[in-house]
Design a protein around this ligand. Structure first.
Ligand code: C2E
Ligand code: MG
Ligand code: MG
Ligand code: MG
Length: 279
């Protein structure tokens, strides 16, 4: 059918194809422009120790400060960035901004908590995440223990040589490895243990299931017991209610993160969060 259309112009007559192609190209163009124009900012969402009740660490979450549309969330641009490879440059921007912010907090005399950075599978495969991070830490005079990386299950269990080397280099730097959205992929705790994963961030779906019947509690309890037997720390993601928190306390979950405590906030709002009693 393509050939019979002739002169290679047939695709202009396919309204859906041309529309989606144009949308794609314009979204890619917009993200590329935003990267060059420095329109991305990093927000920080705290995590709290369930026992201590104190802020233990924070997660860096990228936002797009769009000149006309306001603050945009990753759901609107991360996919495009991933598909086009722009995620590598965007990821470097995030690492740079996190290191600069850590240095600024230190200058202010704040007792700084570690910050975890989300690293997508494509970044881990093709970007030099560990060497880029090492250079940023050096340039800003920030200790490696203040930065952690959040990886997906599929990314950490990837056996390709580049990924194995990246993980090795990150560990050698002294950066903690965390597995994000745990329970949504196909890794086993034994595998993650062999790969020296330090922290499991259990997906929000499991947190939600805690208060909808005993099955959810049993599942979460099993994750906590196995993880602690393997020396991994467990963080519950997406905690929204006091009932979930008290359940997580009973189950001996190590840390919690969620809207019950705080959403992600700009860097200059973090000092106020640190001063506030947490749980
Ligand atoms: P994630 O890493 O699993 O981050 C958690 C997401 O859940 C964040 O959404 C956070 O704002 C949201 N969240 C936190 N607590 C609650 C809660 O109690 N209830 C609900 N409903 N949501 C909660 P956000 O910021 O929109 O980020 C979405 C995803 O985008 C992240 O999921 C992560 O996969 C990706 N992402 C964010 N920043 C970066 C980045 O710098 N680099 C890369 N590669 N990916 C990023
Ligand atoms: Mg994350
Ligand atoms: Mg997550
Ligand atoms: Mg998630």
């Amino acid at each position: 059918a393509a050939k019979s259309a002739g002169k290679g112009r047939y695709h202009f007559y396919h309204p859906n194809l041309s529309e989606s192609l144009i949308t794609r190209l314009s979204r890619e163009h917009a993200v590329r422009h935003a990267v060059e124009n420095d329109e991305f900012v990093v927000y920080f969402q705290p995590r709290y120790g369930v026992q201590s009740g104190r802020m233990s660490s924070m997660e860096a979450l990228v936002r797009w400060q769009h000149p006309e549309r306001g603050l945009l969330y990753p759901g609107e641009f991360i996919d495009v960035a991933e598909d086009t490879g722009l995620i590598v440059r965007l990821g470097e921007l995030v690492i740079e901004k996190v290191c600069a912010q850590l240095a600024a907090w230190k200058r202010m005399g704040l007792h700084v908590s570690p910050v975890s950075v989300n690293v997508s599978p494509h970044q881990l495969k093709v970007g030099n995440v560990s060497s880029y991070l090492a250079a940023c830490l050096r340039r800003h005079d920030v200790e490696a223990r203040l930065v952690e990386v959040e990886l997906t299950e599929s990314a950490v269990i990837d056996q390709s040589r580049g990924v194995i080397r990246e993980l090795q280099e990150l560990r050698e730097l002294g950066v903690k490895l965390m597995v994000d959205d745990f329970g949504t992929g196909h890794s086993s705790l034994a595998q993650l243990h062999r790969l020296d994963v330090d922290v499991l961030k259990v997906d929000k779906a499991f947190t939600d299931a805690l208060t909808s019947g005993t099955e959810g509690q049993v599942l979460f309890q099993a994750i906590v017991s196995m993880a602690s037997a393997l020396d991994m720390c467990v963080v519950a993601e997406g905690v929204e209610t006091p009932e979930q928190l008290s359940m997580l306390r009973k189950l001996n979950c190590d840390e919690v993160q969620g809207f019950l405590f705080s959403p992600a906030v700009p860097g200059d709002a973090v000092a106020a969060l640190m001063a506030r009693p947490a749980l």
